[in-house]
Design a protein around this ligand. Sequence first.
Ligand SMILES: O=C(O)CCC(=O)C(=O)O
Length: 271
Amino acid sequence: MSTGTTINIPKLEISAEERDKNKPTSESIDAAARLLRETGLVVIESVLPSDWIEEVNVAMQAVLDMGEKTENGTHPMLEMPFMDARIIDNPYAMPIMKAVMGEKIFAYLPYGCNSTAPGSEIQWIHRDSGQLFPELPFALPVSTIVVNIPLVDFTVENGATEVWPGSHLIIDDEAVRNTPYNVCEEERAAQLPSFQLVMPAGSVVVRDMRCWHRAMPNRTRTRRHMLALVYFRRFHHAPDAPNIFNARVPEEIWTDLSEDAQEVYRFQAHD
Ligand SMILES: O=C(O)CCC(=O)C(=O)O
């Protein structure tokens, strides 16, 4: 019987056939899109093979150990295993994101990794993206999404990310809007439901970047890595059209423009 308090992790349950084929049905995509719109995130558990995820975890550790050093000029995260289609073209995340942000989504490479070391502290509560029109008293549909892939099992002990479901729809006061990362006060967040994203390695999380979240303390002896790929809705299509923005403005004219004007015409070619 229900206790009347449910703070569930929003999960998309998929069939054995979908798992085998690595292809969600259109019903699953709709269900995931709905969870994402309503709660701000959706988790699809254990969709990537655990032995392969372990290899990616080892490779990730090697990259982090390397620090700023790169071998022969190529960024190591632009190589395998990081460029594997199961990560950068994930068959679950992609159709869900296209369902909510349209077919023309775009992203950049290399993507990132959220890593916490043993003994790490609790992070501040924040959003990675603010509202699209922060001055309006309501939230618009999602326009930036992060896809997270945990490379180890996420547990309470190793500091699974804490998330506030529904917080993507909260409108910040002006003072908060102007802080980097829209940091949220502890007292305010404490009055709202949250959960830690406890999930197996190789799960896929599709999260609206406006959701309040934070990394929790890692009390184990092992680093906790999570891949983070950011995707954007494409709003304006003009730069795709031939002949727009390509006419070159002579450099002497360009340099005479005010900084404000250069900002407005920043996509225009000039030489
Ligand atoms: O590492 C984590 O658990 C979350 C970190 C994160 O998402 C962030 O810093 O924006």
